[in-house]
Write a protein that binds this ligand. Sequence first.
Ligand code: EPZ
Length: 422
Amino acid sequence: MEKLVIEGGHPLHGEIRISGAKNATLPLLAATMLCAGTHVISNVPNLRDTRTIVKLLRSFGLECQPDAGSEWRICADKIDNFEASYDLVKTMRASVLVLGPLLARCGVARVSLPGGCAIGARPIDFHLQGFEKMGATITLREGYVEAKSPGRLQGADICFDIPSVTGTENILMAATLAQGRTVIKNAAREPEIANLIDMLTGMGARIEGRGSDMLAIDGVKELRPAATAIIPDRIETGTYLIAVGATGGEIRINNCRPDHLPMLLDKLRRAGMEIEVGNNWLLAGRRGHLSNVDIKTMPYPGFPTDLQAQIMALMTLTNGGLSVIQETIFENRFMHVAELNRMGAHIRIEGRNAIVRGGGLLAGARVMATDLRASASLVIAGLAAQGITEISRIYHLERGYDNLSAKLIDLGARVEQVQETA
Ligand code: EPZ
């Protein structure tokens, strides 16, 4: 395994280009299964999770060919296997996104239940209840979901208790080929869902309500392949914005979507960062002190839970005072707290709240990554800390950050990726 070695204390300067969004790549590649023909998906990020979804599609019989740059050509003429194995699903829970397309196009799917996850139980009951309402029979057997739809799925009225991102995406994809109208109420509104809707519309799907919490889909008999670009990754963008807030300096971020980060930009400006916004670029820096801000994670357009760990690292660096960070989405998304405290932070957990006392100086330490965004939090802390930080188990990072070390080095960070000694 590899580890990241960071020599902290160097302000970031320079510019980087944001890659395609991980959380759009997974549903959009799954959507290629909805019809035969060759789809062209561009701006696909080079991530561990991209390789996992490609492995899954190939295991179903699709042909997936990387093309020039970050483009993939995916031919879905043939689907001759309908089972997503535990070995693949356990490495990426979003594999559940193959359920909707397989059920809609082939009438059958056998997908391993994702199993546990560091940040919470993350059940998929909303997905399964939605498919049952659309006429599928769902059986749980030996840790697998077995889904069958004797004929075409039927349109249905589906209301989520809480907005679920992949739940909305799964039902949305299945509904495009169902008989009749499907209405999804309390749908999630993340930009990645709008990206999926644009792809499905380009394939001939009939969808109303893009960007709202109510989607209406009139099923069609057949779809056609499309060419689609993946949107820039807003969580990658936010991670680099917070990093320069932590180290000081000034960076330019290209090929991003500032309009996808309304809440983060507001919070970082209140914390004392200067941020200039273009339509696809950001200029961000911090010269003076950092001030405390309170955070409450919420479904989009609220503050993203996927940036909670990162902004917590930033709040440990303010000039004193307290920040209250409330995590409302996942029940166990404070795995980074213990490691940050080992670096000299002062964070106390009270239920769903983390109370962060600023004014501390972080000191480099050997720490361990536990999940994707907790790892990003430790990178940010390491960049700001005095001394050397070694982060082990960085395969977590490689799931969701394209070329992280190289991008940080482009920004002047002292970062090295080396083999872990036994
Ligand atoms: C998506 O996960 C993202 N992953 C997550 O990003 C992100 O943190 C999350 O949405 C919230 O924004 C992808 O898009 C691939 P949810 P998802 O269903 O869809 C509960 C990252 O770091 N729930 O929106 O799995 C659930 O437990 C990852 O990039 C049910 O109870 O999340 C949670 O409390 C981490 N039953 C809440 O809803 C269900 O059937 C929101 O979860 C589904 C969800």
